[in-house]
Design a protein. Structure first.
Length: 164
């Protein structure tokens, strides 16, 4: 039986991940970055289609005729970051109080304070989707290998019991 993933699985990513080196986290020490974690959900083609459709409007000409479509990129990006960042650890406000992972806080953090970090997390979510497929393939290969070794173990056991 082939088991297909029917929904994306979010993964925890530490702040010291190499993909985040291009973000505003670069000046922080490794110890500081290790305390930061993001729960990132892979970005699926279905999610991209859904959010782009949600934020697409018809462009009308001077006579009211449809002349094309346009995407509100800001709204699209905001919904995208809100969807892919499921949770975080190690983020505090200016006074050191833990900051809850809400839509409002995500937008404040990624729009105003750390836009490159938000962009890095979006790239990571894109890559996670392709890596999930690789992971699933490796998992299936490992399961088959384990199944083969357990079946060969059974064959050996059967051979031993027949000899006894």
């Amino acid at each position: 039986m082939i088991r297909f993933r029917t929904k994306p699985k979010a993964v925890w990513v530490r702040g010291d991940h190499p993909m985040l080196d291009a973000s505003e986290l670069a000046p922080y020490t490794k110890a500081e970055r290790e305390q930061l974690e993001f729960l990132v959900e892979p970005m699926t083609p279905a999610l991209v289609r859904e959010l782009r459709e949600k934020h697409t409007r018809l462009r009308l000409g001077t006579m009211g005729e449809t002349i094309g479509k346009e995407v509100d990129e800001d709204a699209y990006q905001q919904d995208l970051i809100d969807h892919i960042v499921k949770d975080w650890k190690g983020i505090a406000d200016e006074d050191g109080n833990p900051l809850a992972c809400t839509r409002e806080n995500k937008l404040k953090l990624f729009d105003y304070g750390y836009p490159l970090l938000g962009a890095c997390l979006v790239r990571m979510a894109q890559q996670l989707m392709s890596r999930m497929e690789e992971f699933d393939l490796k998992r299936r290969e490992e399961e088959e290998k384990n199944l083969d070794s357990s079946q060969s173990g059974l064959a050996e056991d059967n051979g031993k019991s027949e000899r006894a």
